[in-house]
Design a protein around this ligand. Structure first.
Ligand code: HEC
Ligand SMILES: [Cu+2]
Length: 393
């Protein structure tokens, strides 16, 4: 049997045909898959550009994958060993046009990809002048977003069609703020302020994650970005900053469970289960009676009273929130971050009220039937419905 040495011309023809076939296959797949089928909404000004670069790189990779696999299979079959005594043949060692082609085309491609990537990167690093600034505090395991008017929340309220700049700090370990719909992500490093900017282009609610997965509960650091049209944004900002002021003291427990507890919930449960921190179920009784024991063997009872470390049980709660490292509860570690500078005096007041009335709420933080809290909730619901009715008229 005569074994022909492959001719460079026939090889070139095969490669050319395969190239065209795989290009056609890739184009067909790209068309069938639809544009950005694997992504959430493009809700920021930079999102379309980032998706474009991502898609181009992905489809180039898919194209070369198809091309190489087809050629590979073709060559494996065509040049297989036909008989046991068949000898391996010498192959073409050099083909200048072919080598130039596979050097120059990829070179052009990677330069284009680098240019597109660098342009997008530089744009993301430099925030536009006059951006609306929000201070972000990341800590184990929650977010706090602080606005200039004093509003401090675990939801990130932002205006639509206006650049927003986040000034981000961490109270403890590395975190990373990631808003998939905006296609932005930035590490937060303890001891320095990192920044991130975006311009949201549509009203709505978007997910915010911590993308730093080296630690226990970064995956629990969910938050929501709420984007409002500029005119509504200012009004809502003012309204929310004042909610605690307009909340009557008897409604403090539900205020805390709704607005402050999300910042504590990753460590403190309401259902009696021990987490990173002690559960809050029934804890007021222990605090009031001084039955809390600390790691150094001291008992709260012996530390509470006039002139002692804690003036009163209430003072112990206040101190636990502001100086959590002061006294560590037995069987726990000093994992709690301080909330100094984040919670106003009135909010700490409210937290103390919440502890005292927690038995009126179930393990989800909803008022139990028949309690004053349930009556207030029913009344608030009726008021809201009436207000809506009025608005419709
Ligand atoms: C990262 C986890 C974590 C978060 C978040 C957290 N705590 Fe704690 N907390 C702890 C741990 C651990 C302890 C027990 C050790 C200690 O005494 O510091 C504790 C203890 C306390 C105590 C004393 C309880 C007792 O049984 O004596 C209070 C009060 C408290 N936390 C309130 C809060 C409030 C209010 C928030 C939210 C605004 C909060 N904590 C957020 C971890 C956390
Ligand atoms: Cu984190």
């Amino acid at each position: 049997m005569s074994t022909k040495k492959p001719q460079p011309e026939s090889l070139l023809r095969v490669i050319l045909i395969t190239t065209v076939v795989s290009l056609a296959l890739t184009a067909l797949a790209a068309y069938a898959a639809g544009y950005r089928f694997w992504f959430p909404d493009e809700a920021s000004t930079v999102a379309p550009g980032i998706d474009r670069v991502f898609n181009i790189i992905t489809w180039i990779s898919i194209y070369f994958f198809v091309l190489i696999v087809i050629l590979l299979v073709y060559f494996v079959i065509k040049y297989r060993r036909l008989t046991p005594d068949m000898k391996a043949q010498g192959s073409t060692t050099h083909n200048t046009p072919l080598e130039l082609t596979w050097t120059i085309i990829p070179l052009i491609l990677v330069i284009a990809i680098f240019y597109a990537g660098m342009e997008g990167y530089l744009n993301l690093r430099r925030s536009p002048l006059g951006a609306y600034e929000v201070h972000v505090q990341a800590q184990r395991w929650s977010w706090n977003f602080q606005h200039r008017n004093g509003l401090s929340e675990e939801t990130l309220l932002v205006p639509v069609n206006r650049p927003v700049k986040l000034l981000m700090e961490s109270s403890d370990v590395l975190h990373a703020l990631f808003i998939p719909a905006f296609r932005v992500k930035q590490d937060i490093v303890p001891g320095r302020i990192t920044t991130l900017w975006f311009e949201c282009n549509q009203p709505g609610k978007f997910e915010l994650f911590c993308a730093e997965y080296c630690g226990r509960d970064h995956s629990q650091m969910h938050a929501v970005v709420e984007a409002l049209p500029e005119d509504q944004f200012e009004a809502e900002l003012a309204k929310r900053a004042d909610v605690i002021k307009t909340t009557p003291p008897e409604a403090y427990p539900e205020y805390v469970l709704k607005h402050i507890y999300p910042r504590c919930s990753s460590c403190h449960s309401l259902d009696g289960k021990t987490g990173t921190g002690p559960t809050w179920r029934g804890v007021w009784k222990d605090i009031e009676e001084g039955n809390v024991v600390f790691t150094d063997g001291t008992k709260l009872k012996d530390l509470t009273g006039q002139g002692k470390q804690f003036e009163s049980p209430e003072d112990y709660i206040r101190d636990s929130v502001l100086n959590p490292q002061n006294k560590i509860v037995m069987n726990f570690t000093g994992a709690m971050p301080t909330f100094k500078g984040q919670l106003k005096d009135v909010e700490i007041q409210a937290i103390i009220e919440m502890f005292k009335h927690l038995d009126e709420f179930d393990e989800k933080g909803n008022p139990k039937p028949g309690t004053p809290a349930a009556e207030r909730a029913a009344k608030a619901k009726a008021d809201a419905a009436a207000a809506k009715e009025n608005q419709l008229k």
